[in-house]
Design a protein around this ligand. Structure first.
Ligand code: ASP
Length: 339
């Protein structure tokens, strides 16, 4: 009942053209000096070579999936829930969708496995948790939160992390659950070229992430990914690395990145955006634009971010980035390209 009502809301919104189908002057706003919002949330579903030439129907499916996930976060924040709960719930939702390269639909390694990375961070306390190269765990972001709240550690990888999930009674799935024809075809293509997706000039599409400010004034960020197609077994990208692919600090911003992980690692990307705000006095939009367009190599990817005033910035150097934004003023938009 609740699901069908939500679907109806999204369909009406699509019909009205408010989900990024029409004018969207605010989607990629620099956002400096904007008025304060009670709560705000932004999400991404990955960047990369998202051509406009594809089917309209597939683009519409992505828009609906992004809008439904955004709505999950909006409800939590509007009801006074925490930013941590909101980003975890949004990322779980995207992990469960086969459209995105996270959870179900994760990319495939050179050895034919799904190895997933995820992280979550609390901007109020700077507490964080992450997992890397986990197989079988249905929702890596929730395992990352478990690492944060229930272990003395920040990042746990491989079989140790999988064991932790089992001990905590978290849902696990057989390898087939994560398999999708779309990722399999992509893997076969990369395998034939003996490349990983970033070498082939194709940044992986579909890593997911969310950032939020709640009514209590707290920021949080979460990111989850299957990583690069045909990556070496055990390769860990930027997503689970705090200050690289994921970061939250009430003093500055919450940010979740997507793109060529090795390049984000080289530039300490997420913390760099935060440092430009804290030490350089830049607003969230200018700080993000500086890193995405001037400091990272061209075509590296993008990020979504929100500052402590609820100002959202979303920016990318690739052809597109699946993304969405909503806040307490009634803003609710999703987009894929410059629209
Ligand atoms: N950043 C991810 C990685 O390198 C991939 C992506 O965001 O698309 O693992």
């Amino acid at each position: 009942m609740r699901k069908s009502k939500q679907a109806a809301t999204i369909l009406v919104a699509l019909a009205m053209g408010i989900l990024g189908c029409g004018k969207a002057p605010t989607m990629d706003e620099r956002g400096n000096g904007a008025e304060r919002r009670d709560w705000a949330i932004a999400l991404h579903g990955g960047a990369g070579t998202i051509g406009r030439g594809g089917s309209e129907q597939i683009a519409a499916e992505y828009r609906v999936a992004l809008a439904v996930a955004l709505e999950v976060g909006v409800r939590i924040l509007n009801d006074g829930g925490t930013s941590l709960d909101a980003v975890e719930a949004v990322v779980r939702h995207l992990e469960d969708s086969p459209l995105f390269n996270a959870g179900k639909g994760a990319a495939i390694t050179r050895d034919g496995e799904h190895q997933m990375d995820a992280a979550i961070m609390d901007g109020a306390t700077l507490d964080n948790g992450a997992v890397a190269a986990v197989r079988f765990v249905r929702n890596p972001v929730s395992l990352a939160r478990h690492v944060m709240t229930s272990t003395p550690h920040a990042l746990i990888s491989g079989p140790g992390a999988e064991q932790l999930a089992e001990q905590a009674g978290m849902p696990t799935e057989p390898a087939e659950y994560f398999h999708t024809p779309m990722r399999y075809e992509r893997w076969l293509r990369m395998k034939q070229r003996e490349a990983v997706s970033s070498e082939a000039g194709e940044i992986e599409k579909g890593t997911v992430g969310a950032v939020a400010l709640d009514r209590h004034g707290n920021l949080a960020a979460a990111t989850s990914t299957g990583g690069l197609t045909n990556k070496l077994s055990g390769r860990i990208g930027d997503s689970p690395l705090i200050g690289i692919g994921t970061y939250a600090n009430n003093a500055t911003l919450a940010i979740s990145c997507t793109g060529h992980g090795e390049e984000f690692i080289r530039r300490t990307a997420a913390f760099r955006v935060s440092a430009l705000m804290e030490y350089g006095g830049l607003g969230v939009g200018d700080a993000l634009a500086e890193v995405v367009h001037k400091q990272l190599a061209p075509d590296s990817g993008g990020a979504v971010a929100v500052d402590s005033h609820g100002t959202i910035a979303m920016d990318y150097s690739t052809r597109g980035m699946y993304r969405g934004a909503a806040d307490s003023t009634g803003r609710f938009e999703v987009a894929i390209w410059e629209e």
